[in-house]
Design a protein around this ligand. Sequence first.
Ligand SMILES: NC(=O)c1ccc[n+]([C@@H]2O[C@H](COP(=O)([O-])OP(=O)(O)OC[C@H]3O[C@@H](n4cnc5c(N)ncnc54)[C@H](O)[C@@H]3O)[C@@H](O)[C@H]2O)c1
Length: 217
Amino acid sequence: MIERGDWQVSQVARNAFDLEGKVVGTIGAGRIGYRVLQRLKPFDCKELLYYDYAALPEKAAQEVGCRRVADLKDFVSQCDVVAVNCPLHEGTKGLVNAELLKHFKKGAWLVNTARGAICDKDAVAAALKSGQINGYAGDVWNVQPAPKDHAWRTMKNPLGGGNGMVPHYSGTTLDAQARYAAGAKEILENYLHDKPQNPANVIVGKKGYETKAYGQR
Ligand SMILES: NC(=O)c1ccc[n+]([C@@H]2O[C@H](COP(=O)([O-])OP(=O)(O)OC[C@H]3O[C@@H](n4cnc5c(N)ncnc54)[C@H](O)[C@@H]3O)[C@@H](O)[C@H]2O)c1
């Protein structure tokens, strides 16, 4: 469209909204989910919500002014935008499915930069096609690279838009690659020199799951 130079603002902007005055929520309020809430604060959203079995420390919740909602259906029914920021585990695979999508506000927006398989791909495509959700955006796919017939490559809302998928690279800036490399080096050095690991880096330890972030066991 840009290359062709034939865009019309009335067409391009017919489905664009502000975050100001909207209710935005995150499924998962760990390192990333909490930072998302922090970064949303200056946008003057109507309310910031989170759904997580682990409550944020009171001070952290107060700093961003967010409210925890204990029931997932209740949570999504209040949000104009739902962002998925929890890990993929047996309790989150297909968490956003046809049944849950029915409870979303009609025309809500769903963002998933966590893991593709947390959202049921066909249920998301159907909800977008019907207008139950207005948009789906993310960089993560249940199969990567996604096959040619993957619904998320072509799905659209009734206005012919609403698909904000990109390849899984959005955290992969050159600066981030330097951070990954430094993190991997630190973990290897700790291992080789028999030093304790930073608990934030341990998912499975010698005794099984050590993190509390991969479901309530
Ligand atoms: N797209 C990318 O390039 C990219 C980059 C980094 C991380 N990620 C994804 O983001 C996820 C979150 O990262 P993080 O660093 O914030 O992890 P984290 O471990 O700090 O936080 C995860 C949070 O999710 C919560 N959680 C777990 N299961 C839940 C459930 N069933 N319902 C609600 N909340 C639940 C945990 O209690 C925790 O608070 C990662 O697991 C990873 O899959 C994606």
